[in-house]
Design a protein around this ligand. Structure first.
Ligand code: CA
Length: 218
């Protein structure tokens, strides 16, 4: 009984990182924080681990041997069973173009190397916290203009067309629909949609809004 309860609350992280010392550092930090940690050292084994385990969140290095972070991310977002799994990208400071591309492809946020592990843990806790909000299965659809939101099964429909959204995009749209035209600041969105507290600064909001706009269409 106790065992079942414990494993039900242990959240599972997948670290994809080819630099062995960074991978080992992250494994130690996250284990100490109470997470169960899987590590993959290249893109192919990341995909294999994803098929075998069901991580709650993935920390994904961008430059990987065999299959790059971009390909792993694309594959994750194309598969229904991993589409909603949050992804934090690890990128080098110079790779501005990669960060933008990563967010465009559906990463939830990014952290640049060298990073502080505390900063990374805050983001992980935020992104995972979002899943804990209880949803009333009897709650009906939210509607605003042509947009319909079904919170219970994460479906968003626009003029009868079902959108393919990541979890963050879904939460963002849901938040904006609930706000019914009231102004939402970036700080509010980071708190409500990403689950971040005010210590976490991120420029991920703008890219997500742009991406959501293009999925919504006119
Ligand atoms: Ca690397």
């Amino acid at each position: 009984q106790a065992e079942a309860t414990r494993s039900a609350v242990t959240q599972r992280l997948l670290v994809v990182e080819d630099e062995l010392d960074i991978a080992e550092l992250l494994r130690r930090v996250f284990s100490k924080e109470g997470f169960q940690v899987d590590v993959a050292h290249n893109g192919l084994s990341a995909l294999e681990t994803l098929r075998r385990e069901a991580p709650d969140l993935v920390i994904l290095d961008w430059m990987l041997p065999e299959l790059s972070g971009i390909e792993v991310l694309k594959e994750m977002r194309a598969r229904p069973e991993t589409r909603m799994v949050p992804v934090i990208l690890l990128t080098a400071r110079r790779e501005e173009i990669d960060r933008v591309l990563g967010l465009e492809l559906g990463a939830d946020d990014y952290v640049t190397k060298p990073f502080s592990s505390r900063e990374l843990v805050l983001r992980i806790r935020g992104l995972l916290k979002r899943g804990e909000r209880p949803i009333d299965p009897k709650e009906g659809a939210l509607r605003l203009g042509p947009i319909e939101i079904h919170a219970a099964d994460h479906r968003a429909i626009v003029s009868g067309r079902v959108l393919t959204l990541t979890l963050t995009e879904f939460r963002l749209l849901e938040d904006l629909v609930r706000a019914k035209g009231r102004v939402r600041t970036r700080e509010t969105l980071l708190a409500e949609v990403w689950g971040y507290d005010s210590e976490v600064l991120s420029r991920t909001v703008d890219t997500h809004v742009r991406r959501l706009r293009s999925k919504l269409g006119d």
